[in-house]
Design a protein around this ligand. Sequence first.
Ligand code: ADP
Ligand code: MG
Length: 251
Amino acid sequence: MSLLEVEGLTKQFGGLTAVNDVSFVVEQGQICSVIGPNGAGKSTLFKLISSFLAPTAGRVRFDGRQVSGLKPHRVARMGVVRTFQETTVFKEMTALENVVVAHQLGLTAGPFGIFAGSRRARADTLRIRDSAAEILDYLGLGHVKDETAVNLPHGYLRGLGIAIAMAARPRLLLLDEPFAGMNPDETDRAMEMVQGIRARGITVLLVEHDMRAVMRISDWIVVISFGSKIAEGKPEAIRADEAVIAAYLGE
Ligand code: ADP
Ligand code: MG
């Protein structure tokens, strides 16, 4: 059984079919990328998988369980965690504090939990700080953990968005255009970050416009154009695929 199964997924917005009968699977432990020209339906597909949108037709299964129809927070609790194209961080907090807060929000209903003030809360807080620091370390952000978020350069801020998502302990991490707006150095660092996440056994689904970056890190690539899947396969096969080349040249 595959970790993620997308079957006949379709989303219409009025007369526009943004995602058209798309099927594919993602295997446990892989980096799978969805690529396609602007407006192809990548973000919509992503919102369907995380259940932020309900499909017009088709279904999504995660770890053998139906996802479509569940509330996004329930899907997140199952282990499907997404980042947003625009990351929301607490600008006046440090990088570490942002990850700590994300952790606490994931563990409890309120930001500081029902045990606030108790000895147990203090022990939990220390444990959470350690774990947040560890996430920042393995993402290569350890040296900026005490920087205020507002002072972080764009690439680091995007990285912090990934760290915040990691605090929710994903089994499948959905990254929407993590390399958008990055310079080549930042892209290289972010690619290492994604590989580091996969090395920890977390499956990654990447929605990305940057074909060059995707070719280098993906185990499997799904190509969509005008809402429909036009190809899927390993990077070498996708690079040589005529339909894919035509879709990109047509941009
Ligand atoms: P991509 O992420 O590949 O650039 P999107 O999934 O954002 O593409 O958009 C696919 C198509 O669906 C576009 O034509 C877009 O304008 C349209 N679309 C996306 N979201 C909505 C919405 N909420 N309402 C109406 N149309 C939408
Ligand atoms: Mg998009």
